[in-house]
Design a protein around this ligand. Sequence first.
Ligand SMILES: Cc1cc2nc3c(=O)[nH]c(=O)nc-3n(C[C@H](O)[C@H](O)[C@H](O)COP(=O)(O)OP(=O)(O)OC[C@H]3O[C@@H](n4cnc5c(N)ncnc54)[C@H](O)[C@@H]3O)c2cc1C
Length: 512
Amino acid sequence: MNDLTAPSPDPIAKLLIVGGGSAGWMAAAMLSRVLGSATEITLVESEAVGIVGVGEATIPPIRQFNRFCGIDEAQFLSATQATFKTGIQFEGWGKPGDSYIHAFGRVGQELDAVVRMHHWWRMGQAADLPDYPRFEELYLGRAATDLQRFGIDTDRPGKLAQLLPHAYHFDAIAYGQFLRGLCEQRGVKRVEGMVASANRNAETGDLTGVTLEDGRVLEAELFIDCSGFRSLLLGDALNQPFEDWSHWLPSDRAVVVQSTPTSEKILPTTRAIAHPVGWQWRIPLQNRIGNGHVYASDFSSDEDAEARLLETIDGQVTTQPRILRFRTGRRKMAWSHNVIALGLAAGFLEPLESTSIHLVQSSIERLVELFPSRGTDPALRDRFNAQTEREWKQVRDLIIAHYTINQRDDSEFWKHCATMQIPDSLKETLQLWEENGQLAIDGGHLFQLGSWAQVLIGQNLLPKRVHPLTSRAEPDAIAARIRKLAASLRQEAEVLPDHAAFIRQFRNSEAN
Ligand SMILES: Cc1cc2nc3c(=O)[nH]c(=O)nc-3n(C[C@H](O)[C@H](O)[C@H](O)COP(=O)(O)OP(=O)(O)OC[C@H]3O[C@@H](n4cnc5c(N)ncnc54)[C@H](O)[C@@H]3O)c2cc1C
């Protein structure tokens, strides 16, 4: 009989992380927590290269990551100038002038346990009430955004957390530094230096170490490539091919600036505002607003993009416009030999649904689950790669859906998006939705039915048929119940604290 208590025969003794952006420090934070002192973790980064530093909007699972890493929420809020985020408001995405929210959390209340809410809502439309609520009004995030309110309920634990789960907007540079402090306390060694080359075992092709420009060599058994767009280990050293998705997502640049807030109120929501070429984000932190305009260089010059961004900014611009270039897609295998790439070194999807930092998080969690011993077991690697690929493609499809389902024809860019080819997986999802109001998303999807339904309905793609079981009820009766639900959510939002005041109070709780 096998001895199931036997430790792994050859545990990893030395792990090297290349890169100290959000990806590198998130990896160091989580791995130092799980590996303890058995594995020596070193992180090498170069201040001369710097970090991208614009990952400012997140989605709710980041809270689990922070909790797991032992981060106190109030301290984190202070250190990173963070605000609470309840969803993303999409403006001008269906037609110019349209607006809808993709709120986190559950619909306010399901009408029954059999037929999902969007069918009842659609059926209630037949009653033709003048003040019939929009679908998004069945989410608490809608009213909380309108009123700029936010709270975490301590009296009725669970209820508010389900209806209004939160993520954050934060200063990505400060987040990295915050994690760095934590990691260094836990014994992670930081090396300042420029990686010049990677050294490989001639027989296996595995990496053995990296050589820095000053000649120092850092050896390890497992390598985490967090070197950003350069992809120094997975891309350069191992030559892992890049799967280009730019034919589905044509934007390839962003111009970014920061500005001062114009109001004491703080929106608990990211704004994603469509432009004639691409879109613009507006992300409120406690002390500033982060702004960026994602655009396609095939359809706009950099100068025009910068002008479009600057003319929409309401506060005072406090930084020089900075242009970032990117290519959408991913390395075919995020784990090759003894190298696992995270973050921009693994690939890039534009931040329309604030998913990049999440993809870093989920890959780290997957790595922990499948953590290898010395000498990579191909079965663990293959499973990691298959799961990672599936997750990226699922997120990719939701992002493409925003572009392909639009009724804009006010620019060549939007005409191109409306007629471009889309992946078969997305085609299948949209067909089933349009014909039957069902979604072809089986288990394990980051974005579940509620998210897809908000986006598709918000962009005016309504199912042609409602669920046959809705015929059990009269449209008038259902419409009245839906109207009541929307009104009750509004009342629920009205008793929430003002978002800015809530942040101040939350931060003060740290000082006490
Ligand atoms: C326009 C834009 C907007 C974005 N917005 C969001 C958002 O709202 N939400 C979200 O979740 N994500 C967003 N992202 C993505 C997010 O910024 C990144 O996924 C995240 O910051 C992780 O970056 P990274 O750590 O992989 O890379 P980087 O931040 O680029 O870090 C790379 C690291 O590698 C080091 N390095 C590189 N070369 C060398 C070398 N030769 N030697 C030593 N060190 C080296 C650098 O010093 C640096 O420390 C956005 C990205 C872009 C481009």
